[in-house]
Ligand binder design. Structure first.
Ligand code: GDP
Length: 174
């Protein structure tokens, strides 16, 4: 983590990889932050990259496809990144365990050793969405993150709620 912070530098961009199951809302998040047309979002096969400026800081946000057969490739995108945003579709209770298993795989992977992980509990606007506190409690109980700095935050990508705050969580403390 110390290395990670010192690598930020004052002018350099914060490099973030955004992963999560397909359909969790990653591309919608990216395009909402970039104010692009996100009403016609198509499935991401490889990755989308945008640089986003928030409070005088540039964030390079890599939206990486989440379809099952390409998930083993996520790890290559963690190299050289300061952090990972793991997006969860909070309204999809059925796939919560699948999402958490993928999160587990990341936390156990040595390539993600020095990255901070933000779990973004997306689709909070939908009725029945699991609350971030409940996700946090589950992850804490299961001891998912050992020696990793992490947090859970709410978001609604369609409305744009919680997105900038999520990026700012990675901003280096100066
Ligand atoms: P990705 O596969 O993770 O990139 O997911 P997409 O960005 O393609 O989103 C999948 C679907 O979820 C799309 O129909 C989006 O409009 C919808 N979606 C994404 N974020 C939200 C959200 O915060 N609230 C609601 N209600 N729908 C969302």
């Amino acid at each position: 983590m110390g290395d990670c912070v010192s690598r930020f530098g004052k002018k350099s961009a914060v490099e973030l990889a955004m992963v999560g199951l397909d359909g969790s809302g990653k591309t919608t998040i990216l395009y909402n932050l970039k104010k692009k047309d996100f009403w016609n979002v198509k499935r991401t096969v490889g990755y989308n990259l945008e640089n986003i400026r928030v409070r005088n800081k540039t964030f390079n946000l890599w939206d990486i496809g989440g379809v099952k057969n390409i998930r083993p490739l996520w790890r290559y995108h963690f190299i050289g990144k300061h952090g990972v945003i793991f997006v969860i579709d909070s309204s999809d209770v059925r796939r919560l365990d699948e999402a958490i298993t993928e999160l587990w795989n990341i936390t156990k992977d040595p390539v993600a050793k020095n990255v901070r992980i933000l779990v973004l509990a997306n689709k909070q606007d939908k009725s029945g969405a699991i609350k971030p506190d409940d996700i946090k409690e589950k992850l804490t109980k299961e001891n998912t993150f050992k020696n990793i700095e992490w947090e859970v935050m709410p978001a609604s990508a369609l409305a744009g709620h919680g997105l900038k705050k999520a990026l700012l969580w990675f901003r280096p403390q100066t």
